[in-house]
Design a protein around this ligand. Structure first.
Ligand code: ZN
Length: 101
């Protein structure tokens, strides 16, 4: 168990998508957080816990769920976790579609 101090950076925060490994501004990403109650989407981006980021694109989520996400979170995804995440995937636009928000 290693604990890194929180970093405070002023420039535009960039995050790496665990699905495609691209780096993008944080606001184009969705944070997923590992909590005591399981892995879930963190719409606020501020929930406590180990976090990982995915593009708001289905492709990346599908890829992430195959293993990269669990690896990034250092967690096993339970059936419940998967169900929750898959529910979220269903709200995402299909690949190539323009996001309306
Ligand atoms: Zn991606």
């Amino acid at each position: 168990m290693t604990k890194k101090p929180a970093q405070r950076v002023k420039h535009v925060p960039q995050r790496t998508c665990v699905g495609c490994r691209e780096t993008l501004p944080k606001r184009q990403m969705v944070r997923i957080v590992r909590t005591d109650n399981g892995v879930r989407v963190d719409p606020t981006g501020k929930a406590a816990g180990r976090g990982a980021y995915l593009h708001d694109q289905r492709d990346c989520w599908v890829r992430g769920l195959r293993g990269a996400l669990a690896h990034a979170l250092k967690a096993e995804l339970t059936a419940d976790d998967r169900a929750r995440l898959e529910e979220f995937i269903n709200t995402l636009p299909l690949d190539g579609a323009e996001a309306s928000n």
